[in-house]
Design a protein around this ligand. Sequence first.
Ligand SMILES: Cc1ncc(COP(=O)(O)O)c(C=O)c1O
Length: 437
Amino acid sequence: MVNLGQKLLKKAQKIIPGGNQLLSKRSEMFLPNFWPAYYNYSKGCVVSDLNNKRYYDFAGMGVTSCVLGYADADINKAIIKGLKKGSMSTLNSPEEVDLANRLIKIHKWADMARFSKSGGEACLIAIRIARAFVKKEKIAFCGYHGWHDWYMAANLGNTKNLDEQLLPGLGNKGISKSFKNSIHSFNYNDINSLEKIFKKNKNQIGIVIMEPMRFTKPKNNFLKNVKKLAKKNGAILIFDEITCGFHENLGGLHLKFKVTPDMAIFGKALGNGYPISAVIGKKKIMNFAQRTFISSTMWTERLGFIAGVTTLKKMKKLNVQKKLISLGKQIKKGWIYAANKHDIKISISGLDSLPNFRFDYANKKEISTFFTQEMLKLGFLAKEALAMTYVYNNKIIKKYLKSVELVFSKINYYHKKKLKLPIKGPLKHSTLKRITF
Ligand SMILES: Cc1ncc(COP(=O)(O)O)c(C=O)c1O
């Protein structure tokens, strides 16, 4: 049967550079030449491709955004109602104020909110406001914060500076050289690496931006120490909660860790897949949004706010995050069981709600490609990093774990026999460079 997704992708690659808009959704990141690539519909945790084949999504649920599942009935109902009332006008939508109120109520330390549509945009807004307030140019950062120049400038001194911060191989083409030395990376759980940045750039670092957690838990009071150091050096602390927010608890992960920043950024899960992102912060800082110019027509669009408000209401009502944690623990246990049973070496990390594992082998890319290929045959979109969703249930998780066991047993079989894994296409890519050049 012709893979209609791959057929469309070939056409797309001729008229859309790279074929799509998001690196993490590129076919080459999963299974080059054989990934379904496009979806026809998505509902709950099921995705149907252009050949009408159905898969359970164990590959991140919309790049971690769909905590409540795809096409959630309550959110869609609210969205349709909003659509009928008009999604745009010359006046503002009142839901904007509602969403601001809810975010501030959840995060008692914050007084004000601004909104945009995507995560990267929200980061840029936060940086602009913080810079306007602090009047010091330079940034210290840890983690991934999007595609804008202020962040990508980290690669101007050395094109490998961002390699350790989630996405390797991003390069620095197209980034204005004038941003050189404006941003410096520090390592998670390594307070000395931040201290060094402050020392080397005396009185110049005005912003510390970081993800509260990505793979490993904070150790030795890391977040508290970052806060202390930022304060001592007169820098604003921004937590980027775009991926970790609203997965472990209702709000930013920092609430769970009991370390409050000066500003925090949300996206993804906030709208359960609808475009909405937010920057919240203390009044004295947020008011500096008025001393600069931050403004966009489509940030006023109504449906994102409706999605945000409805998502927050539903998460609260159903205590969604408690279930996400319990599901994630079940999955982590299942991975360990399957790995032990079939003598596969893996390491597990990540929040329980955002669990992931890694194959501990020199040829891990090969094994990872085989894993995705075989799981696809068994009806799963799968990779090693998952995002729990409220719509997973025991039956689906059991089915997933049984499939993982089966694929691990195959990997073990080929390893023991010292045979090459039978992979149909090229190996998956993990860097931008390999995909585009
Ligand atoms: C922590 C973090 N910041 C920023 C972004 C960028 O968000 P977006 O892709 O919505 O622009 C992401 C996306 O993965 C993220 O995980």
